[in-house]
Design a protein around this ligand. Structure first.
Ligand code: 5RP
Length: 223
């Protein structure tokens, strides 16, 4: 029986095969945030000198990449990336995701938007039928904490301030539990439109292109 850590490693290794396919001196790889993304970063170290560099979705991932001697570029200097590799807190069969457990959702969405393909790496426990059991993270401008909380309560959720956490962009996170999100694209658009919401942790309007889900019997790929 493989442990969850071993499953995460398996998913990270599967994503490294995609890097192998696209690697080249001018190729930039987009890199996510979290414990699964950390394993991907550690494996990416062996591509030092074989890729042009990386763009990171958080200060945390940037530091880990730099620690391996990998070049970390400013997204403003990068026009395109063949792949962006990141984990998820939940993913459904439509490749819609909830992300932001690590609080990096805004930069993740921005970096992913510049990549041609989003490759989601996770263990199979992240695959759900309906999104929302994992509390939906929202990055919010601090002065909008209460107004956004009230709006989410009216939408049927229970928002809770993530205690003592400030994002890389200087904002707060509200984690919204009690949601069963049946129309992920519609709900993402609705929440994105609330004044004060910087980013909604739903990645459905632009979901993953490929999911590499590690199981006890190997990688299950969803396209
Ligand atoms: C960070 C994220 C992560 O991808 C998500 O929380 C999954 O993390 P892990 O790989 O540690 O389970 O969205 O903001």
């Amino acid at each position: 029986m493989l442990s969850q850590q071993e499953l995460k490693q398996q998913a990270a290794d599967a994503a490294l095969e995609f890097v192998e396919q696209v690697a080249g001196p001018d190729v930039i790889i987009g890199v996510g945030t979290g414990s699964t993304a950390d394993l991907f970063i550690d494996g990416l170290a062996r591509f030092k000198g074989r890729i042009g560099g990386t763009v990171a979705s958080s200060e945390r991932s940037a530091a880990r990449l730099a620690g391996h001697g990998l070049k970390v570029l400013d997204l403003n200097d990068v026009a395109t990336m063949p792949i962006y590799v990141d984990g998820a807190d939940e993913i459904d069969a439509n490749l819609h995701m909830i992300k932001g457990g690590g609080g990096a959702l805004t930069r993740e969405k921005i970096v992913a938007s510049v990549a041609e393909r989003f490759i989601c790496i996770a263990d199979e426990s992240k695959l759900v039928q309906t999104l929302g059991k994992f509390p939906l993270p929202l990055e919010v401008i601090p002065m909008a904490r209460e107004s956004v909380s009230r709006a989410l309560t009216a939408l049927g959720g229970q928002p809770r301030l993530r205690d003592g956490f400030i994002t890389d962009n200087g904002n707060i996170i509200l984690d919204v539990s009690g949601l069963a999100i049946t129309d992920a694209r519609g709900f993402e658009a609705l929440v994105n439109n609330l004044p004060g919401v910087v980013t909604c942790g739903l990645f459905a309007l632009a979901g993953a292109d490929v999911a590499l889900l590690a199981t006890q019997n190997g990688i299950r790929r969803l396209d």
